[in-house]
Design a protein around this ligand. Structure first.
Ligand SMILES: [Zn+2]
Length: 88
């Protein structure tokens, strides 16, 4: 997924509440993806992709590629600093 596309996808997911602007500390950094889908780009986290996993509730987790999570933080910071949810 291209960066511009990823930014757009992440922004709309945050707006729709599918992913959070702020997560508690990551549950785990995993050196090898376990095939979980990345919440940001919807692609499986495989092979030697490092991933970050956050616990969001009882037995529920959100996993991200490290790169996707970095983009998520950037987008979230922008949304939070503007104080509005931009939809386009
Ligand atoms: Zn991803």
């Amino acid at each position: 997924m291209e960066r511009a596309e990823l930014l757009k996808a992440i922004r709309s997911k945050i707006v729709e509440g599918q992913i959070a602007t702020i997560y508690p500390a990551p549950l785990a950094f995993q050196r090898h993806g376990g095939g979980d889908l990345c919440r940001a780009c919807n692609e499986p986290i495989l092979g030697n992709n490092v991933s970050i996993r956050y616990r969001i509730g009882r037995g529920e987790h959100h996993s991200f590629h490290v790169v996707c999570d970095a983009v998520r933080r950037t987008v979230a910071a922008k949304i939070l600093s503007l104080g509005v949810l931009m939809t386009s």
